[in-house]
Design a protein around this ligand. Sequence first.
Ligand code: MN
Length: 197
Amino acid sequence: MKYTLPELKFATNALEPIIDAKTMEIHHQKHHGAYIANLNKALEGLEAFETWSIEDILENLDKLPEDVKGAVRNNGGGHYNHTLFWESITPGGKPMSEAFKVKLEATFGSLHGFREAFKEAALKRFGSGWAWLVLDGESLKVISTPNQDAPLSDGLKELLGLDVWEHAYYLNYQNRRADYIEAFWSIVDWEVVESRL
Ligand code: MN
């Protein structure tokens, strides 16, 4: 399968001032675009994987030939994670349901407790990576992954991810990753997040 760059569901300037147009443009076209180009290149000529979805591939990295495994893990994860990310954000955000709020409160004590756990995961990820709200079986968990590793590869179901690579926020926030994390809450589309349950 040749992977292609998914269209954004909003204009590149629609998330301002939370995420600036230039960052969105470079992030989507150049960074995500490069993950896709490199993923396609890594899988070139591997006919056995032509019918596999990106999910199939990330769930079965061990089945890939040794010489392309690293490239597919990084670039396939890059494609998958960014696709989830773009779908999870929307101008102005969309509120979470009462039922989901109750679920978060049951796990993290309060909505504030959830946000603090997520913020900590995002802040403590040294270097590049992601913070996630995932389902582990029936349980909600907050985790972080390095580089472009996808929770799916560890048997987890992604509900919400935040890209904390510097390319995601540096133009607008420079070294202020905490401010970027805080601002992120105002653009989360909880309808999409909950639809993944
Ligand atoms: Mn990114």
